[in-house]
Design a protein around this ligand. Sequence first.
Ligand code: SF4
Ligand code: SF4
Length: 404
Amino acid sequence: MKKKITARREVLAELREDFSLCGKCKLCQAVMAQQCEDPRFWRNCPSGTRFRYEAYYASGKMEIARCLELAEIEHDEKMKHVLYTCMLCGSCEDRCYPVKQLHPLWVIELLREQAFEDGWAPIERFSNIYENLEKTGNPYGVAPEKREEWSKGMGVKNAIEEECEYLLFVGDDYPCFPSLIPKIQSIARVLKLAGVDFGILGKHEVSSGSALFLIGDRDRFEEFAAKNIENIEKAGIKKIITPDPHSYAVLKEEYTKASDIEVYHLSEILADLISKETIKPGGKVNMKATYHDPCRLGRRHGKFEEPRIILRSIPGFELLEFPRSRKNSLCCGGGGSVFFIEPEFAKWVTKERIFEAEYIGAEAIITTCPICERMFMEAIEETQKNIAVYDLAEVLEKSLQGVI
Ligand code: SF4
Ligand code: SF4
């Protein structure tokens, strides 16, 4: 590989100011209260809210970092649980940094990396992911040929064999779950309706490495990133669209360090086409629904407005806001790769978000992340709730059909 991607941004010790100066003020446990009128929804740290002990909040993890550095404590099973039940949702970062100028999320991410480097990360609990990645190049164990089946008969270009302006980087989840296949197909149809010239890597797209990145295994992440970069360069494409915020985050934050590429989330491309009136949603979609901000797209990359531009452009669509929205948004439960090892806790968070949607009278939850969509759909199926889940592209497609 030409260039190392994941040279660590910094080591944990370099954030000493951050974890030493944490005043345990607890601001990071809640939303920005001025922007959330109902106290029922003030708590916003999923792991702290669920497990209650101080250690599970950001302040506890700051203290763990401080104590580990000073060798006051040693890692143990409890510490692993604390560190690996954090959803990496970033709500704590958004509360702490503007007031205290500290970075609790960075500390937590580097603590996970430290756990890998020092050999105490609970790697055995992620053995399924590792086996699947080894056998199939995908954390869910779906074979490469099967991962491109969704596109059969849709006239989608193969980016390695045909020239195209954009690569549609599909990500780990959409092609692997039957419930998500109609959503990625809708995404491809919307891009075609909008006249975007795109292709896919198909069976040559391997995992973005996001799951490995989240658990702190930067070395393995690098192997997967290198394979994708090799194929992106083979395809000669410089512009990438992805509908998956987890892929978006690693492509944008890490792949761009090693390759000369531009990375866009699907919502950016579609909002831009709508703003320029290249596409005009004209068909009525009578729906009263709420938009869920995926943590990696919203809080992490500030893409709050683009999805809302798309939804507001649709005639008949009534956009409701969650009490916790935008920077205050609650994680869907799918963050931090926690669902791989603590599925019941993850689902508990998802159910809380669904309750919030019901509370405001939404008949559907719209989002633009395959993990959020799958978490919501599985929890709704289990609880027999009467609420639908749509990908942003599915709602737009309803309006665009024949009305460009
Ligand atoms: S992480 Fe920041 S907001 Fe949270 S307790 Fe520490 S100083 Fe306060
Ligand atoms: S990243 Fe999210 S789950 Fe983790 S400590 Fe911060 S607010 Fe809590």
